[in-house]
Write a protein that binds this ligand. Structure first.
Ligand SMILES: Nc1ncnc2c1ncn2[C@@H]1O[C@H](COP(=O)(O)OP(=O)(O)O)[C@@H](O)[C@H]1O
Ligand SMILES: [Mg+2]
Length: 371
């Protein structure tokens, strides 16, 4: 992107954002700092180094490891829609991290990660650098504007008003992020599920609209279309199979990206620990499945066709170890184990503390204050 064009966009963002209530404009302006280094042109390397393919020798039973490289050129026409399914602790986020690292290292795609934990902030240390920008929205340095706090007791109308304000604030911001190629984590971990769903719905809709409104402003911007990757970890929270569990139309917005994103160069990645709970339409749209260990047959049954198509019986899927997945796409079936991540894994299983537990007298002293 030429420098003058970039400045034009920054100007455009600033002009539009200044028109917003003061509390809102502070956040995007601090992120879209015109002095920030511009993304360098990187030649897209379409081969993802995911880890190793495991091949079992039928005679000796020995397992041989070979590099597993995913050539994304095979998906130029069909688009890329990944579904990562496995029980808690089986390595979904770790594998998601590998795939996102490959995109961030080797392409000019813009990555938007929906984080409900929070665990994705760890990417910033490596990818907010001279070559590209990576921000965490919802972190201490870039908090969500206070105006977005939806009161717990808000009625439907108040919630909708808040979300409308949110949409107004975020629309030019999202357009600017896409245009400049600034990747980010939307950290929604501090919000109740109701607001996670509402904000995800708004953000997905804005991402789907992409640069379109911006392009209307300036014909010079019509020509190219940034490739966007939308990653939703714990996707059942916002794309549940049970619509009554969703208070907002986050499912609709994610489905829209799954079904119609390809034509706008938007590609999806969903990961979930409860494969039975994720919306089947979303799963059906995916064209790359990464199937990891699941502990319950209740998660196997509803997606039996996906597992069987990948050659996985319930018994086989229950035997998969953490970090091992069966990759299934088109006619390809391959058991793989992910490579070591470049970034710290934010979702590390916690070690047990060695801090001593309270003695009876200490506990009684504390409890006396409450009981
Ligand atoms: N390929 C891998 N290599 C090394 N450690 C891994 C790998 N995959 C998962 N792990 C470890 O397993 C644990 C659970 O992984 P995680 O991806 O957080 O699980 P999930 O998201 O499925 O709940 C983490 O401590 C993680 O570091
Ligand atoms: Mg996880």
């Amino acid at each position: 992107m030429s420098t003058s064009l970039t400045h034009k966009i920054l100007d455009w963002c600033a002009r539009n954002l200044w028109g917003l209530p003061s509390e809102i404009h502070q956040m995007p302006l601090s992120l879209l700092n015109p002095e920030q280094k511009l993304p360098l042109k990187m030649a897209p390397i379409p081969v993802m180094d995911v880890g190793y393919a495991l091949h079992t020798d039928e005679l000796t039973g020995r397992v041989k490891k070979e590099p597993f490289l995913l050539d994304t050129r095979e998906f130029l026409k069909a688009g890329e829609r990944d579904a990562i399914l496995a029980s808690s602790g089986m390595g979904k986020s770790y594998l998601t991290g590998i795939l996102l690292e490959e995109i961030l290292e080797k392409s000019q795609q813009v990555v938007f990660i929906f984080d409900f934990e929070p665990e994705w902030y760890t990417l910033k240390a490596r990818y907010d650098n001279d070559n590209r920008s990576f921000k965490v929205i919802g972190s201490k340095e870039s908090p969500w504007p206070a105006v977005l706090a939806i009161p717990a007791t808000a009625d439907q109308k108040q919630i909708q008003d808040c979300l409308n304000t949110f949409e107004l604030a975020m629309a030019p911001f999202i357009q600017g992020l896409i245009h400049l190629g600034i990747s980010c984590v939307f950290d929604l971990s501090s919000f109740p599920d109701r607001d996670k769903q509402g904000m995800t719905a708004v953000l997905c809709e804005l991402i789907f609209r992409g640069e379109y409104n911006l392009q209307d402003q300036d014909d010079a911007l019509h020509n190219d279309c940034r490739k966007i990757r939308v990653a939703v970890d714990e996707a059942h929270l916002v794309a549940s199979q049970y619509p009554e569990k969703l208070q907002h139309n986050s499912l609709e917005a994610i489905l829209k990206i799954a079904k119609r994103g390809r034509k706008r160069n938007i590609h999806l990645l969903v990961a979930t620990q409860t494969p039975a709970s994720i919306n089947k339409e979303v799963l059906k749209q995916c064209n790359r499945y990464w199937l990891g260990g699941i502990t319950s047959h209740l998660d196997y049954k509803p997606n039996k066709s996906i597992y069987l198509a990948a050659g996985l019986t319930l018994d086989a899927v229950q035997k998969l170890e953490a970090g091992t997945f069966v990759y299934a796409s088109g006619l390809t079936r391959q058991t793989i184990v992910g490579r070591t991540r470049h970034c710290k894994h934010g979702g590390e299983t916690k070690k047990e503390t060695t801090r001593p537990i309270a003695s009876k007298s200490e506990a009684d002293a504390l409890l006396k204050e409450f009981l």
